[in-house]
Ligand binder design. Structure first.
Ligand code: FES
Length: 126
């Protein structure tokens, strides 16, 4: 299970990959993309004008469902609520904000020219 750390990634640790078109991600919803062996959930939090990315796998039971989750504001924190059993994870750092343990990995997101890019660790082969 992934636990958020305080280590700050640098550009030297990561590479940016184009993963989908912006119009493939629904407003205030998510879409799942595949990067190497990982499935990553891309979220378009339109009402906040922000984009986020997390692993698609919910740490509670390991279901690949977070892209289908509901976006929510949990105590001011932009979050995704898992559609299976309602665990909620902060989109900013992946920590569980619904009282559970652990969290999900998050990825930096950049959107430009209609393309969504995420930064992944260098060891991930595209
Ligand atoms: S699988 Fe996500 S909350 Fe149970």
């Amino acid at each position: 299970m992934y636990a958020p750390t305080t280590r700050t990634r640098t550009d030297a640790d990561q590479r940016w990959l184009a993963v989908c078109r912006a119009d493939e991600v629904p407003l205030d919803g998510g879409a799942c993309v595949r990067v190497a062996e990982r499935r990553i959930a891309i979220f378009r939090y339109a009402s906040r004008e922000q984009w986020f990315a997390t692993d698609n796998r919910c740490p509670h039971r390991g279901s690949e469902v977070l892209a289908q989750g509901r976006l929510a504001d949990v105590s001011g924190e932009p979050s995704v609520v898992c559609p299976m059993h309602q665990s909620a994870f902060a989109l900013t750092d992946g920590r569980c904000v619904s009282g559970g343990e652990g969290g999900v990995r998050t990825y930096p997101v950049a959107v430009g020219d209609g393309i969504v890019r995420i930064a992944v660790d260098l060891e991930v082969e595209p």
